[in-house]
Every structure is written in structure tokens, then in C-alpha cells.
Write a protein that binds this ligand. Structure first.
Ligand SMILES: C[S@@+](CC[C@H](N)C(=O)[O-])C[C@H]1O[C@@H](n2cnc3c(N)ncnc32)[C@H](O)[C@@H]1O
Length: 278
């Protein structure tokens, strides 16, 4: 067992919230998968690269990195045991033999110095208590000239489709659930530049990337998924049942407008961040 600095996050991602995500990893992969191509185009992984996937979760991006680095390797690191168990199981099912998964806190994990060519992350780098220390640690894991590429959430656009569809629930949200604390910590590009520069990275860029967010087969399926998500349940637990029922009716009606033969998709946007280790 490696040392952990982010104990609150470790508790949360090893508790019911982490288990919930790991059990429904395929739903979350569909939800976030619309940004994979942008992440992988920017990461430009070569056939021999050694890739590090930070906060790899159930490992969809680690598996893709491993396939792309055919004669290299992808290492997924995560603080959550249920996520890592899922990642190992799916990689074995899909016969991805050059992906390995390690338990650890990326902020302080003793990565082999200079042992990676590329570090990537799909939404796994926002939860550090000390971002500068964490990215400096990730930087030490990269060889000189190595690349860091990740995506992280933007502040919701108040006029965007998601804000409008989920407005009846957003009005009831008081605070992030324990696992979601820190989720928006890198949503300001100025902060991203400041953190990565202080951590020793150069050539930092932040690019807004739009993509489809797949919520479900149809409006009812999408509403089921949304209302069962940990951050939503955490906030609605203390709300009177009839208020939740009304909000659910309104959200389902709004989702109905976005039903297509391919499912319910809302436009979303993330920050695509790239930097290099000088
Ligand atoms: C929002 S999930 C994203 C998971 C995965 N990258 C994906 O796209 O499905 C965030 C992940 O970061 C992990 N995480 C949070 N803090 C971490 C830390 N300090 N070190 C390593 N992993 C961490 C969580 O356990 C979780 O699996």
C-alpha cells in the first residue's frame, strides 16, 4: 500500500461513490467518451510510448493508450480500489496485455523518475489537495520533453443545454458530494496556467473542446441515470419527496426534447490542457 496525502478523496472514492461508478463504468464511459478523440489527438501517443493515465478510473483511456502504444505500455494510477478492480477485469476481458493498473495517490506516488513519455487524464486531476505538488510529481514522472495532456470540466454555461435541462435540480444542489469535491478546481484556465507553470511545466495551452454528452437511451433512461448519480442523490436526500418528484418530471420532459435514434445527447464542453516538461 502506497502513502496517501488526499485522505478525504481516498475515503470517498473507496466508499459507495467509487463503487457506484465502478459498477456503472460503461455508463460513465458513454457519458464522457465524446471527448476521447480530442484527448487522444492532442496526446499524440506513439507506438513505443510509455503512457501514464492519472486518475484512470475503470481504465477506458488506459486501454486505448495501451493499444495505441502497441510496443510501449500504459500505466493507470488511481486512488480507488473498486475502480482499479474494474479496470484490471475489463483489460483482461479485452485482452489488453500492455496496460497495468497501480493503486496510489498521484500527488505523492513514487513514480520512476523520467519513466514516462506522455501523461494523460480524462477528468482525474482535479481532486488534489495541493495541485502544484501533484503536477510537480507528475512532471518528475515524465522524461525531459515529455508531454502532459488532460481534459477537465468547464464551469457550466448558464445558457447551455445541460444547465437548461437540469435547472430544476441545480436549484436544489447545495454542495458537492464527498467524491465530487474539487471537481471544478481547474475550471479557470488562468488557474491551470498558474498551477502548471509553478509545477515546472512549459508551453501550457488550454483549449475549449465541445462534444456530445450521452445521457441515455431515451429520456426516462437518462433521467434514471442522472437522478441516481452520487452528487445528485447526496443533495436530494434531504429534499421532500414531492419536490424531487416534480423536479424529475420537469427534467424528464426537458430531456425528451433531445431524444434521437442514437439516444439522448446534450452538447457539453471541457478544457483540453496540454503542456510539456522542459
Ligand atoms: C471523475 S473520475 C474519472 C475516472 C476516469 N479517468 C474516467 O474518465 O472515467 C476521477 C478519478 O480520479 C481518481 N482520483 C481522485 N484523486 C486521485 C488521486 N489523488 N490520485 C489518483 N487518482 C485519484 C478517482 O478515484 C477517480 O477514479
Amino acid at each position: 500500500m502506497q502513502p496517501i496525502a488526499n485522505t478525504q478523496q481516498a475515503r470517498a472514492w473507496n466508499g459507495p461513490e467509487g463503487a457506484y461508478w465502478a459498477d456503472r463504468y460503461d455508463r460513465f464511459d458513454r457519458l464522457n467518451g465524446g471527448f476521447n478523440d480530442a484527448l487522444f489527438t492532442a496526446a499524440a501517443i506513439n507506438e513505443h510510448d510509455r503512457v501514464l493515465d492519472i486518475g484512470c478510473g475503470a481504465g477506458q483511456t488506459t486501454r486505448r493508450a495501451a493499444r495505441q502504444a502497441g510496443s510501449g505500455q500504459a500505466v493507470g494510477i488511481d486512488i480507488s480500489v473498486p475502480m482499479l478492480e474494474r479496470a484490471r477485469a475489463v483489460a483482461a476481458e479485452e485482452d489488453v496485455t500492455n496496460a497495468v493498473f497501480e493503486e496510489g495517490d498521484a500527488q505523492i506516488h513514487p513514480f520512476p523518475p523520467g519513466g514516462s513519455d506522455v501523461a494523460i487524464s480524462r477528468g482525474g486531476v482535479m481532486f488534489f489537495g495541493d495541485h502544484v505538488a501533484a503536477f510537480a510529481n507528475i512532471g518528475r514522472a515524465l522524461r525531459r520533453g515529455g508531454r502532459l495532456t488532460f481534459i477537465c470540466p468547464q464551469m457550466p454555461d448558464p445558457d447551455g443545454q445541460s444547465a437548461q435541462v437540469f435547472a430544476p435540480v441545480n436549484a436544489l444542489m447545495r454542495e458537492p458530494s464527498p467524491a465530487a469535491r474539487g471537481m471544478m478546481s481547474l475550471s479557470d484556465p488562468a488557474r491551470v496556467h498558474e498551477v502548471l507553470t509553478a509545477a515546472g511545466f512549459a508551453e501550457v495551452t488550454t483549449t475549449s473542446v465541445a462534444g456530445p454528452v450521452h445521457w441515455g437511451r431515451d429520456a426516462d433512461d437518462a433521467a434514471d441515470f442522472f437522478f441516481a448519480m452520487s452528487p445528485v442523490r447526496f443533495n436530494l436526500d434531504s429534499v421532500p419527496e414531492q419536490v424531487t418528484a416534480k423536479a424529475r418530471e420537469q427534467v424528464t420532459a426537458a430531456l425528451r426534447r433531445y431524444e434521437t435514434p442514437e439516444g439522448v445527447r446534450l452538447r457539453g464542453a471541457v478544457w483540453l490542457v496540454a503542456a510539456t516538461r522542459p
